[in-house]
Ligand binder design. Structure first.
Ligand code: AKG
Length: 252
């Protein structure tokens, strides 16, 4: 069967809530089409080389720019990060019967994400458990491209150190959208293991198993890693106009 030109969005975010997790996460397995995924991956690949920041084992792009002291200089996202994703994010009602104008970013300062991190994970590479911090409104929308990967959710121990055993795992398929918010954003950490294969995947171990597009792909419990790219959409709370920055520096 051909991939439809537009994926059908859920009736509401509430209908795709990830069960058995602290409040709250939502998972939409088919948020963008294969064609849209291909186009975005091409745009990422054709970005000018200085756009890439090479970390020790992973590389990333930051759009429209890096934050400076947790502030973003006001600038639009490029059109290929804006459409179709931002428009589509704002089209999903929170609950059935809710105000059709309300959406996941209704209460965020700019009513929309204004910042995107592009993270590329080769096989064997992940990201240390961390919190996303205070620069952002506490909503993270992650679109996965190219391959599947497991995200681990961790809590802190009473002594303030990390509990390295995840409380739950979320499997992110290519073209999916994962939204994390509320306590899950503020109180818990998330990370990705440095492994060549995610293992022990099952209905018992994966919180969003019932929401997967294709759980049968993982029926042997394994996900051999391939290069996976993620787009992390967030609303940076503090935005400065470039003009006011210049005025400030001239006064010094
Ligand atoms: O790639 C992901 O799914 C997670 C990215 C992440 O943790 C971050 O950007 O802070």
């Amino acid at each position: 069967m051909d991939t439809p030109s537009k994926p059908s969005l859920p009736q509401s975010l509430d209908s795709v809530r990830v069960p058995q997790l602290p409040c709250a996460a939502f998972y939409i397995s088919e948020f963008i089409t294969k064609d849209e995924e291909t186009l975005i991956l091409e745009k990422i690949a054709s970005a000018p080389k200085p756009r890439w920041k090479q970390l020790s084992r992973r590389r990333l792009q930051t759009w429209p720019s890096d934050l400076i002291n947790n502030k973003l200089v006001d600038a639009p996202l490029p059109s290929w990060l804006e459409e179709p994703i931002v428009t589509r994010l704002r089209l999903i009602p929170l609950e059935e019967g809710a105000d059709p104008q309300s959406h996941i970013f209704s209460d965020s300062p700019h009513k929309r994400p204004n910042h995107v991190l592009v993270n590329e994970y080769p096989p064997g590479i992940g990201i240390m458990p961390h919190k996303d911090g205070a620069a952002y409104h506490p909503i993270v929308c992650t679109v996965s491209l190219g391959a599947s990967i497991c995200l681990n959710i961790h809590e802190m121990k009473e002594d303030g150190t990390l509990n390295e055993t995840p409380i739950r795992r979320i499997l992110q398929e290519p073209r999916s959208l994962l939204i994390t918010t509320a306590d899950l954003y503020t109180d818990y950490l998330h990370g990705i293991d440095d492994v060549m294969e995610d293992i022990e995947l099952s209905e018992q171990t994966i919180a969003n198993w019932s929401l997967l597009r294709s759980s049968s792909t993982f029926r042997n419990g394994q996900n051999p890693r391939q290069t996976r790219t993620s787009l992390t959409y967030r609303d940076v709370t503090s935005v400065s106009k470039l003009g006011s920055k210049f005025r400030f520096s001239q006064k010094k």
